[in-house]
Design a protein around this ligand. Structure first.
Ligand code: SAM
Ligand code: SF4
Length: 337
């Protein structure tokens, strides 16, 4: 039978689905939350295990091959292991991963491994406990780093996501690079994206080119070509154990290669991380609507995928998006105390 793929209006094939399992989180990262906190949906509105599994099975029939579970904090879902087990059994899903803040990861390593999880991304922006507390609101930095190393020992490929923040963790980025030199994991540096309402500020924006120059001064980096990743430029550290990745979401947008769509915890398909448009399928899944209606919603969301995000090549456009006057950035007040 001929495979029916999801192709957007610009000819990009969509094969990667990111599913938020919950909006709840036990951290309060300054770059993630708007200053007023998030208005999360009641947890009863979150998609249930069987609804998620049905949606992923239908999406796999349309060529989705990779699924990443995220949030909020996905390890706060009591049924996380069952979700992983169910998705891993779906034909066509060849890569199932999770992005977590790592705070509860030690508890779940063994069951997640047994359930078939393929890979883990762990967010860690600072190794210094006090700095970590100021960025995330949590005292758990040691536990997060420990969990990352345990995940490696448990046999998972591990990536560490570090958002590069000017003046906040800039002086620690080299230390994060050294983590990749000494351990067989990948440390990925991310540009600070305007996802947090008025908390985005150009004062904290650190272009990846600066991080790259810093790493180049200290490591002999050899670029990996033809890798799986559609977002990061990844480099092996010559003479080191691991790799370093650079994700320049704003300055060198990868929209042309984007293969993703997103599903929110309450069942809305988002064509792009930055788009405000959403296509609701939660109610269809809940009502047991016919497969073709759910496929149609997914096809429509893919068709409406924008060509690129509005910041391409000019991250400072994000500033005008929120209409915040220079010097009045709430983030400063939040992390200053
Ligand atoms: N709670 C989990 C975690 O922190 O890994 C999963 C959800 S979190 C939203 C997913 C990733 O998005 C994390 O690696 C986090 O660092 C990143 N992130 C969140 N807000 C961001 C922002 N404004 N700019 C860049 N990355 C951001
Ligand atoms: Fe929570 Fe992750 Fe957002 Fe931090 S980045 S507040 S850990 S969802």
């Amino acid at each position: 039978m001929k495979q029916d793929f999801l192709i957007d209006s610009f000819g990009r094939r969509i094969s990667y689905l990111r599913i938020s399992l919950t909006e709840a989180c036990n951290f309060k990262c300054v770059y993630c939350l708007p200053s007023g906190g998030i208005l999360s949906s009641p947890s009863g509105r979150y998609l249930k295990l069987d609804e998620i599994a049905r949606f992923v099975a239908l999406a796999a029939g349309l060529g989705i091959e990779k699924v990443r579970l995220t949030g909020g904090e996905p390890l706060l879902r009591p049924d996380i292991v069952e979700i992983v087990r169910a998705l891993k059994q779906i034909d066509g899903i060849r890569d199932l991963s999770i992005t977590t803040n790592g705070s509860r990861l030690e508890l779940f390593l063994k069951p997640l491994r047994e359930a078939g999880l393929d890979r883990i991304n762990i967010s860690l922006d600072s190794i210094d406990p006090e700095r970590f507390r100021r960025i995330t609101g949590s005292r758990n930095s040691g536990a997060v780093l420990g969990a990352a190393l345990s995940a490696l020992r448990a046999g998972f490929p591990v990536k560490i996501n570090a958002v590069a923040l000017r003046g906040l963790n800039e002086d620690e980025l080299l230390g994060m690079g050294r983590l990749a030199e000494g351990n067989a994991l990948e440390v990925r540096f991310l540009e600070f994206m305007p996802l947090c309402g008025e908390n985005w500020s150009p004062e904290y924006f650190l272009p990846i080119s600066e991080v790259r120059a810093l790493m180049d001064r200290h490591f002999d980096l050899v670029e990996e070509v033809g890798g799986e990743d559609d977002t990061a430029r990844v480099f092996r550290i010559r003479g080191g154990a691991g790799k370093i990745g650079f994700i320049a979401s704003l300055t060198e947008s990868f929209c042309d290669r984007c293969s993703r769509v997103r599903m929110t915890a309450d069942g809305k398909i988002r064509p792009c991380l930055f788009s405000e448009e959403e296509y609701a399928v939660g109610h269809l899944l809940r009502a047991g609507a016919p497969d073709e209606e759910i496929r149609a919603a997914l096809r429509l969301a893919v068709k409406m995928k924008p060509k690129g995000n509005e910041f391409r090549g000019n991250p400072y456009r994000a500033d005008s998006r929120f209409g915040v006057a220079a010097g009045e950035y709430p983030l400063i007040h939040k992390v200053g105390g």
